[in-house]
Ligand binder design. Structure first.
Ligand code: NAD
Ligand code: HSE
Ligand code: NA
Length: 816
């Protein structure tokens, strides 16, 4: 025997009732005996309670009553053939006449006792089950309407009844024994006391009915048909990636529900749980979906953590003072003082120094709780043994629940490092000794971030999300977004990584969408919905969205943008950038940035600052981490100058070749930064600093290759004109080199603390002689690579290789 319980939405429309009929027929075809328990149509119980209040206040109730009546009549007309309608409508009309009489009585008396109110709301279930039974019969199911007031017996404590289980089981068994194959359609929620007065079973009452009936007849299963796919790993309104759970233990279901997962109300399921009857939660609107099976065992496979839930608002009440240390009976007094004023304690933590106890309570209870403690400990307070109890508001509790967590070493480490990486401060922690639940108290502002980052960290397989803000959409920025779009499937499949583009900004406009801006159509979206750019507001918005795993990507060359990193680190943002300006500021700022990165546990990755996508900074770090000593670095790190020297062969002017380099995307936004040697010097400075040298940009010796007039030109266009004028100077340089069989090379070096960039005429023996295109080359002479230096060579400029380097850094952030 299976008990099928249908909630309000499952009987709330003609369509859902048709599904119900279909389900019952399928069970019948399988030869499976069933009994149904139905709630009132969705919303009806509330409306009835409202009518009671209004009638008691002497207000008119006719319209409200008519609305409910019409809903039932329409269902009958939609679901039953005309010849069957009259009899059903007649029965319903009788119920509504009674309802009207009771309401009129309430109105005349000007009050409604809980007993009257119970009697009245009972019509919700009477009408819905009566209708469902008729519809089933018309579809050839031998259904009988069963008024649970004849079956379920309670005391007369209206509003908080206790069920007389022994008598109830007797009555239910007797009723089932005479059904001879008929399928009972039993009113949920309602019962009666021993005098026969109607009573109701409170919150989750229909689940309770189903559990009682199931327990009485020793059912094989109780199915709870509702409007969601089952118990979820988290509240899907708060955690987008929440997914339905296949299997839960009774304990896990109870624990999850305590913290607000409202799929079933487990206390009502206790009669079934006590008899180890499996409970299955199913979705009427997605009936083929397996739903959640709740049984004695937790699932052995899959995630150890079953769910993450939260209580949105709690207050923290702290009692502290030396008077508590070693004082037996202190907590006893504390808790009984709170119990006496009816305060429910949600969570308790006590430091083992016994110096303080912190309690989480509902904010509405906090003032009462504080008063009660002040009264209870007035002498200790007077004597200064305790400080006055303090109340702090604005907190939330997040609870991680799972029966198998107790075997999982390292789980809480994962949990807390996820919180730490997202910059969530934990104010209190409690772990039940059952280890079924670990609860943490965090500031309410951070609860969504906490839930999402912990969900990402603790559930296997589902995607990890990086929330990305992209500043700069020029040559590199646009290429990066295109690469992300092209590779997003690969990233999801191979790295379980989803890049959620939350914000885009350039010097003209900006746009946000916390659910993600399309990686394909970001340009159109920016044009259509973008606002005028303001770096300040862009950052404000990024911070106020407070999303976990936030990464800021700087693809500009702007000092203003670069100046915001430290503030971002403080807000738990990681930064990935190809902009080298920040690392080339004062050494003091460079150093403080590194400290901030460490302090806030974020990532700051800038591989593309030197040699674009070539693994230069990473290699240098690897050498240093492994204890090697850098003796000398020699390098060509200007892709632009490399290209120009390689392509300037006499068929085009120097200026033409520079233009070509700019068109190919090798140059800085202003090509003079390359040709002045400044960009190269910056890269050498970064390398020197990364080896640990406290150098400033002025310390880098630059041998200029541009005539002064070119550098002084007021605009880029004027600069090109000056370059044309300087053609004789460049061709002389080139001829000088070719005449001696050498090549022009602009080479940087770092040795014994000195950093230089100089023009060299390199002969064929020189290791940097044969270089083509925009290639960079770098050689590290170290303790270990003393005779044969380590060399890295390849394209060191260009949008594709640079954007790919930025993308690789982004993936590295996710990997941490
Ligand atoms: N070109 C390369 O090969 C290469 C290699 C490595 C690193 N880089 C670095 O990449 C960066 C970008 O180069 P690019 O060629 O893409 O430049 P670009 O001029 O094509 O694009 C710069 C982008 O930054 C935006 N921007 C500028 N100031 C801004 C501000 N204050 N606020 C918001 N947005 C702003 C611009 O609107 C534009 O979208 C530079 O720092 C450069 O050094 C380039
Ligand atoms: N403009 C730079 C790009 C790499 O930062 C170059 O030419 O090397
Ligand atoms: Na690099």
């Amino acid at each position: 025997m299976k008990i099928l319980k249908f909630g309000g939405t499952s009987v709330g429309s003609a369509q859902s009732i048709s599904t119900l009929v279909q389900l019952v027929k399928e069970q019948q075809q399988r030869g499976e005996p069933v009994a149904l328990v139905c709630s009132a149509l969705s919303g009806v119980t509330n409306t009835l309670l409202q009518l009671v209040t209004e009638a008691a206040a002497g207000k008119e109730f006719g319209t409200g009553l008519k609305t409910i009546e019409d809903r039932h009549f329409e269902l009958v007309k939609e679901l039953l053939e005309v010849k069957h309608q009259n009899i059903a409508l007649l029965g319903l009309r009788l119920y509504f006449n009674e309802l009207e009489e009771i309401l009129a009585g309430i109105k005349a008396l000007g009050e409604a006792s809980p007993r009257t109110s119970d009697r009245l709301v009972a019509y919700g279930e009477l009408c819905s089950n009566y209708t469902v039974a008729h519809v089933l019969r018309q579809h050839g199911v031998n259904a009988v309407f069963a008024d649970a007031r004849q079956l379920i017996k309670t005391d007369s404590n209206y509003g908080r009844v206790t069920v007389d289980e022994a008598r109830t089981y007797e009555l239910v068994r007797a009723y089932f024994s005479q059904l001879s194959g008929a399928i009972p359609v039993i009113t949920g929620f309602i019962a009666s006391d021993h005098q026969g007065n109607t009573t109701t079973l409170g919150r989750g009452g229909s689940d309770y009915t189903a559990a009682l009936v199931g327990a009485a007849v020793g059912a094989d299963e109780v199915q709870i048909w509702t409007d969601v796919d089952g118990f979820m790993t988290a509240d899907p309104r708060l955690v987008k990636k929440a997914f339905p759970l296949k299997q839960l233990s009774y304990n896990e279901a109870i624990e999850l529900s305590y913290f607000g997962a409202k799929v079933v109300h487990p206390p009502t399921m206790l009669p079934a749980i006590a008899r180890k009857i499996p409970i299955v939660v199913k979705n009427t609107f997605n009936p083929s979906f397996a739903g959640t099976a709740i049984g004695a065992q937790s699932s052995v496979n899959g995630s150890l953590v079953k769910g993450i839930t939260s209580i949105p608002a709690v207050s923290l009440l702290t009692v502290q003072g030396g008077g508590m240390v070693g004082y037996k009976g202190f907590s006893g007094r504390l808790f009984s003082a709170l119990a006496q004023v009816g305060v429910n304690v949600i969570l308790i933590t006590q430091a083992s120094s016994e110096h303080s106890i912190t309690l989480a309570v509902s904010p509405k209870d906090a003032p009462v709780a504080r008063k009660a403690l002040e009264a209870e400990f007035r002498y200790e307070l007077l004597a200064g043994k305790l400080s006055p109890p303090s109340v702090e508001e604005g907190y939330s509790v997040m609870a991680v629940v799972g029966e198998n967590m107790k075997q999982a070493i390292g789980l809480s480490g994962k949990l807390f490092s996820a919180l730490g990486r997202s910059g969530v401060n934990v104010s209190a922690i409690a772990q039940g000794s059952s280890e079924l639940n670990i609860s943490v108290v965090v500031s309410s502002e951070d609860i969504s971030k906490a839930l999402n980052s912990v969900h990402d960290a603790l559930f296997l397989s589902p995607l990890k999300t990086l929330n990305v803000y992209c500043c700069g959409t020029g040559n590199i920025g646009a290429t990066l977004l295109r690469q992300l779009e092209q590779h997003q499937e690969h990233l999801q499949a191979s790295r379980h990584l989803k890049v959620n583009l939350v914000g885009v900004c350039n010097s003209r406009s900006m746009l946000w969408n916390r659910d993600g801006i399309s990686l394909k159509d970001w340009q159109d979206e920016l044009v259509e919905h973008g606002e005028q750019a303001s770096l300040e507001r862009f950052l404000e918005q990024a911070v106020s969205l407070n999303l976990p795993n936030s990464v800021f990507i700087d693809n500009t060359g702007s000092a203003d943008v670069a100046g915001t990193y430290r503030q971002l680190f403080k807000q738990s943002f990681s930064v990935v950038t190809c902009n080298k300006i920040r690392n080339c500021g004062t050494f003091s700022d460079y150093y403080k940035d590194k400290q901030a990165v460490r302090k806030y546990g974020v990532d700051y990755l800038f591989e593309t600052n030197v040699g674009a996508g070539l693994p230069i900074i990473k290699t240098l770090h690897d050498l240093l981490i492994s204890g090697d000593q850098v003796l000398k670095i020699e390098a060509i790190l200007s892709g632009t100058i490399s290209y120009i020297f390689n392509e300037y062969k006499g068929d085009r002017t120097f200026a033409e070749v520079v233009r070509e380099a700019q068109q190919k995307g090798f140059t800085e936004p202003d090509p003079r930064d390359d040709l002045s040697g400044l960009d190269f010097a910056r890269k050498m400075l970064i390398l020197a600093r990364e080896t640990g040298l406290p150098v400033e940009l002025q310390d880098v010796q630059i041998e200029p290759i541009l005539p002064e007039s070119c550098i002084a030109a007021p605009t880029v266009e004027a600069f090109y004109q000056e370059l044309e004028k300087s053609e004789p100077y460049f061709s002389r340089l080139k001829e000088e080199a070719t005449a001696t069989g050498k090549a022009l090379r602009y080479i940087g070096s770092l040795e014994e603390g000195k950093v230089k960039v100089e023009l060299v005429m390199a002969g064929p023996q020189h290791p940097f002689y044969s270089l083509s295109g925009s290639d960079n080359i770098i050689s590290f002479t170290t303790d270990r690579y003393r005779l044969n230096p380590m060399v890295i060579k390849g394209p060191g400029a260009g949008a594709e290789v640079t954007a790919a380097g930025v993308l690789a850094d982004l993936v590295r952030v996710a990997a941490h």
